[in-house]
Design a protein around this ligand. Structure first.
Ligand code: ADP
Length: 261
């Protein structure tokens, strides 16, 4: 689905140049849920921008479905952390969700049906006539998710999408994303700095080092499905994995197991 080959991105040139990501290579397979976790400032947003074609890598190649990415690839949607800036305050919820659909073919009736389906999927049926500022933060982020899904993407990129909501809302949104993943059969790349969240949601966790980010480890999360906020987090595998990821991040890539070896 997505292939990243030896991708490096440097901001600026000359003495002030800063290499944000360095020599990153990994693949994401159709239907996978992959979390990308790393310390703040590691280069996670830079990586997502290169995956989405918003930023050309200085070297290396990103391909989606075998085609080199040079602009936002067809079938890709994105959800960002800052829902207050990604929603248009002067448009109703329904118009916000239908906005990107206006550019695709299909009748007005078909577009209306897609909007209604995705608002229903995120539990916001009946809120189409409201404005974003009349909703809570969690509800606004649901609108942003509905907008990304209405387009029926095959690949969804999420950049710290729940970093600005309270813990209870965050848990609800995490479970919503897991449900939507099944329902829409979408491949998801989810960037977060929250270790528990990265393990709880994903089939695989990619751990980035501090800037310039390189890939420290690629961990398969072998936890029973469906995930559950209480029982999954009590599972010994979860506890072990989260500890391992935390140690890797804290040490910038070296575990105590490494230093003892
Ligand atoms: P993260 O998302 O992991 O917090 P970023 O990708 O935002 O990390 O940033 C990675 C590094 O690149 C940081 O050191 C940041 O200061 C730097 N950086 C990000 N954007 C720019 C930019 N437009 N110009 C110069 N440096 C940047």
């Amino acid at each position: 689905m997505l292939s990243v080959e030896n991708v490096t991105h440097q901001y600026g040139t000359g003495p002030g140049a800063h290499t944000a990501i360095k020599g990153l290579s990994f693949n994401v397979y159709p239907g996978e849920f992959v979390s990308i976790v790393g310390p703040s400032g590691a280069g996670k947003t830079t990586l997502l921008r290169t995956l989405s074609g918003l930023l050309a890598p200085t070297s290396g190649t990103v391909s989606v479905s075998g085609k080199k990415v040079t602009g936002v690839p067809e079938g890709m949607s994105m959800v960002f952390q800052d829902y207050s800036r990604s929603l248009l305050p002067w448009l109703t919820v329904e118009k916000n969700v239908s906005f990107p659909l206006d550019k695709i073919s299909g009748s007005a009736g078909e577009r209306k049906a897609l909007v209604a389906e995705s608002l229903l999927a995120v539990g916001l049926e009946g809120y189409g006539d409201r404005y974003p500022w009349q909703l809570s933060g969690g509800m606004q982020q649901r609108v942003a998710i509905a907008r990304a899904l209405a387009y029926k993407p095959s690949l969804l990129l999420m950049d710290e999408p729940f970093a600005s909501v309270d813990a209870q809302t965050r848990a609800e949104l995490e479970d919503l994303v897991l449900t939507l993943r099944q329902r829409y059969a979408v491949t998801i790349i989810f960037v977060t700095h929250d270790i528990d969240e990265s393990v709880y949601l994903a089939d695989r966790v990619l751990i980035l080092s501090s800037s310039p980010a390189h890939l420290v480890e690629n961990i398969t999360v072998d936890l029973p499905e469906p995930r559950d906020q209480i029982s999954t987090k009590e599972n010994q595998t979860f506890v072990t994995l989260r500890g391992h990821v935390a140690r890797l991040i804290r040490s910038g890539g070296r575990t105590t197991e490494d230093s003892q070896a």
